[in-house]
Design a binder for this molecule. Structure first.
Ligand SMILES: [Fe+2]
Ligand SMILES: [Fe+2]
Length: 187
């Protein structure tokens, strides 16, 4: 797929070696989960490689960069600007590569999750947590869980995110809370 080659080269030329490697690892997991759950593997592959394309924009430039391309930070993103890289990446996916809403949304919500996540949202969210570059003590547990029960893996990941943000005195994004409530209420 010609477009994929172009996107792959763009990611490789934009990101540091370490983050490019992370992107490749997320892409590989995304393809794997897409096959298991019957999602579009091409979309998973593209969203996976591109999801962190905006992660290396310097801290002091994040808000202005976002606003310049038409991403308006919400109250939480203005405080916790690290969150912004997802929506900025989704905007780049849309404007630079003309990618569809399903792909762009999965990139936009890969950090926070959201209420009623699509299958592709779930795949990218959990692929980001379970790439072979991740070295948490529970990475393999999450990977095995994600292959068997993606919702259970997402709940585990959301809890981990919430836990970590509380420990670090960081704001919780409302979309993370909504994602968690949505999945937990039917257990
Ligand atoms: Fe990210
Ligand atoms: Fe990532």
């Amino acid at each position: 797929m010609e477009k994929f080659e172009e996107i792959f080269e763009f990611v490789k030329n934009t990101l540091s070696e370490k983050r490019f490697y992370h992107s490749v690892c997320v892409m590989e997991r995304a393809i794997e989960y897409a096959k298991i759950y019957g999602a579009d593997t091409e979309k998973a592959k593209i969203a996976g490689i591109l999801h962190d394309i905006a992660k290396e924009i310097p801290k002091e430039d994040r808000v202005s960069y976002a606003e310049n391309i038409g991403v308006i930070p919400d109250e939480i993103e203005k405080e916790s600007t690290g969150l912004l890289h997802s929506k900025v990446a989704a905007k780049i996916a849309e404007t630079k590569f003309g990618l569809d809403k399903e792909i762009c949304d999965s990139i936009a919500y890969h950090t926070t999750g959201r209420e009623n996540m699509t299958l592709l949202d779930k795949i990218i969210y959990i692929a980001d947590y379970t790439g072979k570059d991740r070295k948490y003590e529970d990475t393999n547990y999450m990977y095995e869980l994600a292959k068997k029960d993606i919702d259970a893996a997402i709940i585990y990941g959301l809890k981990k995110t919430i836990d970590l943000r509380i420990k670090e005195d960081k704001l919780l994004h409302i979309d993370t809370v909504k994602a968690y409530n949505f999945l937990i209420k039917d257990l």
